[in-house]
Design a protein around this ligand. Structure first.
Ligand SMILES: Cc1cc2nc3c(=O)[nH]c(=O)nc-3n(C[C@H](O)[C@H](O)[C@H](O)COP(=O)(O)O)c2cc1C
Length: 281
């Protein structure tokens, strides 16, 4: 039941909702020529809410959402966004204190707006919001690595984890970088876009977190550790075994401040010309 309703006093019958529906299930065949979704097409809806978002007069509601409660569209100044993207750094020095729950809730709320294939929204977020839990993950990861190194059972290609033991004994955590928090995004293999969805979600999370002054770190080491070296710990954290597509991001208050952006060379862009593939037919 989509609960698709039109406020007749507001609808100007512009049919923008019809034109924008990605699965073309809205038509103007409702009472008095208003938009409607025929019942037999309801199951095709991907619940993206484009119809609600595009309506210029806030006349349309779907899934019980009140259009008057949506945020107005206010894109940030391009300079501000460019600066955020260019000044975002991988933070590897964190202060130990926890990020407050209000900020964490806001971050997770915003992250839920990341797009997913077919709008399936199957990404699972495994959030370590308690620094004490993070400390236990750190301790148990290192115990697991030490045991596997001693028994010579580190998985192929993962032998390098043994090199992190000595620095750890000296107080340097090369895997989790002593971060107080970790967010893991994972998706089941049968999702429409299992490879992309967790990465997009973490990218959105990262940008929002850095805009709030937090530090973030994409953490391949955490992913490998939790997936391959101490998988039992990964499962204990609640990452479903069938979620093979997953990535981890460390975050917290940074104990470092960058004074400027870096300078990167232009990306490796290959511009496709007609001549490259035989010209016009
Ligand atoms: C997918 C991915 C995985 C990464 N894994 C790690 C990691 O395990 N440990 C680490 O210290 N940095 C990790 N990084 C950070 C990169 O080293 C970093 O992005 C790169 O050096 C550029 O620095 P910048 O992010 O500050 O621009 C990772 C980055 C990405 C995108």
């Amino acid at each position: 039941m989509l609960n698709f309703t039109i406020d007749e006093t507001r609808c100007v019958q512009c049919a923008e909702c019809v034109a924008d529906c990605p699965v073309s299930i809205i038509d103007m065949g409702g009472e008095n020529g208003l938009p409607r979704i025929p019942e037999h097409k309801e199951s095709h809806c991907i619940r993206c809410q484009h119809c609600l978002a595009v309506c210029p007069t806030a006349a349309l509601s779907i899934l019980g959402q009140d259009p008057d409660l949506c945020m107005p569209v206010m894109p940030p100044a391009p300079e501000a966004l460019e600066n955020l993207i260019k000044s975002r750094r991988s933070v590897r020095r964190f202060s130990p204190e926890a990020v407050d729950q209000v900020t964490l809730n806001r971050l997770m709320d915003v992250t839920a707006y990341a797009p997913t294939g077919k709008n399936q929204r199957l990404v699972r977020f495994t959030l370590v919001d308690d620094p004490e839990v993070m400390e236990q993950i750190r301790v148990r990861t290192m115990e697991g690595i030490r045991k596997a190194a001693m028994e010579d059972t580190l998985p192929d290609g993962m032998e390098f984890f043994a090199k992190f033991l000595d620095p750890y004994e000296q107080g340097r955590d090369i895997i989790y970088r002593q971060a107080p928090h970790m967010l893991i995004a994972s998706a089941p293999q049968d999702a429409a876009a299992p490879e992309a969805d967790p990465f997009i979600a973490l990218s959105y999370f990262e940008v929002m977190a850095q805009s709030l002054g937090l530090g973030t770190l994409w953490c391949g080491f955490a992913r490998w550790a939790l997936q391959s070296v101490v998988p039992q710990l990964g499962r204990a954290l609640g990452i479903p075994a069938e979620h093979r597509s997953m990535y981890a991001m460390m975050f917290g208050h940074p104990a470092v401040r960058y004074a400027r952006t870096v300078q990167r060379e232009a990306g490796n862009v290959h511009r496709v010309r007609l001549a490259d593939f035989g010209g016009v037919r």
